[in-house]
Design a binder for this molecule. Structure first.
Ligand code: ADP
Length: 303
């Protein structure tokens, strides 16, 4: 039984933020695809108008490091988004204790992440929900960003689902303080958390509530001083936190190179206006100094 007269449905791949994802064969191309079913429910009318316009824009995002949105169509109360199928994701790589990640491997993953982000940021599209399980990995080792722009179309991840809690660990401090206007810097913060997670092989800042997340951030980098982040007091949910001094970043990442540590510190700059941009990060000496990033085809992957 075909969906939309084109896709042969196979097994369920998992439950995502917006609905179930299943594997299918695209009978038009013979390729394997992943179809994300998004429940439209009560929002249906409103979502249809804005979502379809935004989805049209997402279909135009074409880059080797962005998951290709092949097709989008409504079907029985659900919106179906058809993506290219990917073997695994960065979370599976990080969690696999049989995998050793060398500094060159980490650099390769980070480089691909930045390339994907750079393409979208140049087009003024933000991801807003960067986390290791949104960084998908293909058979050829290529890393591609998934779920680009969905957070904006379908609302920020709903807290009633437990699996969405993890996104908090990657949330920038300006979002935790309730910023309504924010920019590409939120994706840079999240990428910094992913960089740290690749180095540590465990999530770096694991808050169990939004307040606790800020405490974890402050414990790692110290409470922001007025000159470090002058506008913080204007944010809607700003509250003063008890002063915590900043430990040295080196003490948190004892084994990493000076270049890696310098890039990391620039990604974790408090003031979003002063935080390094993706374009600047790609020009950072971390990416030009030895070791060279591993060829994606040679990256280790889960068996
Ligand atoms: P979340 O919203 O929690 O990030 P997703 O909706 O992205 O989750 O994905 C749910 C499940 O579907 C995950 O287990 C993921 O591995 C799988 N999945 C999502 N997109 C793809 C894809 N393009 N190829 C293969 N599997 C995918």
């Amino acid at each position: 039984k075909k969906v939309a007269d084109r896709y042969l449905k196979q097994e369920v791949l998992g439950q995502g933020t917006y609905g179930v994802v299943f594997k299918a064969t695209d009978t038009k191309t013979g390729k394997t695809v992943a179809i994300k079913k998004i429940r439209l429910g009560k929002q249906r009318e409103g979502v249809n108008i804005t979502a379809l316009r935004e989805i049209k824009m997402l279909k135009e995002l074409k880059d080797p490091h962005i998951i290709l949105l092949i097709d989008a169509f409504p079907h029985k109360e659900n919106l179906h988004l058809v993506f290219e199928f990917m073997e695994t994701d960065l979370e599976a790589v990080i969690r696999d204790s049989n995998i050793f990640l060398s500094p060159a491997d980490i650099k390769s993953y980070l480089l691909m992440t930045f390339k994907g982000l750079s393409y979208c940021h140049e087009k003024w599209v933000l991801h807003r929900d960067m986390k290791p399980n949104n960084l998908l990995i293909g058979v050829d080792g290529q890393l591609k960003l998934a779920d680009f722009g969905l957070a904006r179309i379908f609302g920020s991840p709903n807290r009633k689902f437990t699996h969405q809690v993890f996104a908090r660990w990657y949330r920038a401090p300006e979002l935790l303080f309730g910023a309504k206007e924010y920019g590409a810097a939120v994706d840079v913060w999240a990428a910094g958390c992913i960089f740290a997670e690749l180095l540590l092989r465990r999530p770096f800042l694991q808050g169990n509530s939004d307040i606790d997340q800020l405490s974890k951030i402050f414990a790692a980098f110290g409470t922001p001083k007025a000159d470090q982040w002058p506008d913080v007091t204007d944010l809607p949910d700003y509250v003063e936190y008890q002063f915590v001094p900043a430990p040295s970043l080196r003490s948190l990442f004892p084994a990493v190179s000076d270049d890696a540590l310098d890039l990391l510190s620039k990604m974790f700059t408090y003031d979003p206006k002063a935080r390094i941009s993706v374009k600047q990060a790609l020009e950072h000496r971390y990416f030009t100094s030895a070791p060279a990033p591993t060829d994606p085809a040679k990256l280790p992957k889960p068996v």
